[in-house]
Ligand binder design. Sequence first.
Ligand code: SAM
Ligand code: SF4
Length: 350
Amino acid sequence: MQCKTICFCTTAIVKRLPIFANMDKILDSFGRPLQYLRLAVTDRCNLRCFYCMPAEGIDYVPRQELLSYEEMLRLTRIFVQLGVTKIRLTGGEPFVRHNFYGFLKRLTKIEGLDKIAITTNGSVASKHIPFLKEIGITSINLSLDTLNKEKFAEITRRDFFDQAMATYHSVLDAGIKLSVNMVVMEGRNIEDIIPMAMLTKNDAVTVRYIEEMPFNGKGARNTIGYNHRKILETLESNLPVLFPLTFEHGTTAQEYSIDGHKGRVGIIAAWSRTFCSSCNRIRVTATGQMKNCLYDNGVLNIKRMLTDGSSDKMICEAIKAGYSKKYKNGIEAEAKQANPISESMSSIGG
Ligand code: SAM
Ligand code: SF4
């Protein structure tokens, strides 16, 4: 297989003749295709969720070490050429980066991306949701760990509950696909599991419960108390009948419909890592480190290649070589690291 240099005229041909799209599709050594890119657009954040960052925050990298928007756009085109059809923009908080909307507008013009998704804390996005709909953003994941305003402030160490809820309603009103992410933490928000599930009664939302991972920027690695089984037990014993839905290839959530509810619930076994066999994703951190897995320390410094005069073809080849090193699963990836990672999810790009 040959790597094609990406240029405008290639894109135009690809648009008319889809047979030429993704000619450089890549598989890892377990046969899993690369289809999904998670790109952290910043390591900065305006909240301090205790499971993600220490109260005093983390040491942000100097601005010039972050990928520029131009670099992100070039990188995305390269990944599309390699088979990526879905991108998720995350961080840090993507909406706090200057001119994020201008970047999004340009990103939506890239041919070959079927899905453009964003993960946000919802603190500053609500007014701009109609614009996101207009330019073709396909889905939004909103992080919300409780429906209690005081508890929200305790967990995030900031008072943005009303703004997050305004984003929740704006996304629903705009008709953009909405998922809510709740990190489940024993001693903190177990009693919120059912009230959060009740959002699905009348709203077309998927409420997803995430096992807490040890990426809190403090190095602490506790064994989690409340795993995916306990979450399911809690849901089953408090809600009408749950129907498991077919596990969608490349996703991380086992979803369930609920008798009489408009929305769904889902459980993400992020720490137990039960979904790795169909993993089709790659991560690029805000500083341009490519990671095959949340639990590895990075396999390629793409930022360096984007700035040292490397051609698209050279970057394609380096990505292919990096992707071929993907471990069978997150347990193996973690075991192979000399120093298990525990940096903030905000730097990794959750
Ligand atoms: N700031 C945005 C937000 O909070 O949605 C995007 C970045 S945040 C790092 C992405 C996702 O990672 C959020 O849904 C957040 O709840 C989740 N997350 C952060 N730290 C986590 C941890 N230690 N364990 C599990 N999920 C975590
Ligand atoms: Fe910020 Fe998101 Fe981390 Fe919370 S989870 S501190 S909102 S990056």
